[in-house]
Design a protein around this ligand. Sequence first.
Ligand code: DGL
Length: 273
Amino acid sequence: MNRLPIGVFDSGVGGLSVLREIRALVANEDLLYIADSAHVPYGEKPHAFVRSRAIALAQFLIDHGAKAIVVACNTATAIAIAALRERFAVPVIGMEPAVKPAALKTRARSIGVLATNSTLTSDRFAGLIARFAGDVAVHVRPCPALVEQVEQGDIASETTREVVRDYVVPLLDLGVDTIVLGCTHYPFVRTLIADVAGPRVDIVDPNSAVARELQRQLNRNHLGAPADHHGKEKFWTSAEPEDVQPVMIQLWGKEIIVLRLPKLSSVRADSRG
Ligand code: DGL
């Protein structure tokens, strides 16, 4: 039994879509969450910056007792997961666009992947396509404006619907029948995406699979908290808490306090993953 918390981070509020799956699966674990909102979007930042930030955030979480780290960000996973695993001894769980389940699901043999620029141009993503897409056509679409809308908590307005339309309609015109949400911000606009895409299009995200993988790793490493422990959450942001807290309350669906993340010293990381 291990009462230490699980550390989770993202470039911003998007990773809360992963955190809620984790909370739904493991009610007895304490969870730490960092929204690195001062540096969102990671998808448009140099890889070296994202890698160094990921290491600094994971170090902060480990300094606060984290017994495992969840990188609740496809972009940071694509860029930094190898560096994190090399540096830290705790289990590090990452995430990647759900190309495999989408390729199994599509009847039209054509899928769309919404993700950040960095994820879509990464070697890890190229590897996913090579391994799992087979004869399936994969149409990709970076959606930076969607990240901005979610960061503002603007997840249901007409403006956001327009943004979704701009990204999704070209994919529909290409004949996709399955859309992968390859960025943790997008599940918060899933309803709009489903609305624009229509009932014949399946939408897949890897979030519940990530929560299950975390649970497996906790069990395998004998790191689970006592079954009767009532799990709590603690939140930080690197931006102004008074700006970010209302959006996090909206997306998390409960009153929470968001603390200011202290300034972290930047970490030099070599160029590997
Ligand atoms: N939420 C992040 C992801 O899953 C990225 C958003 C961003 O910072 O660009 O990729």
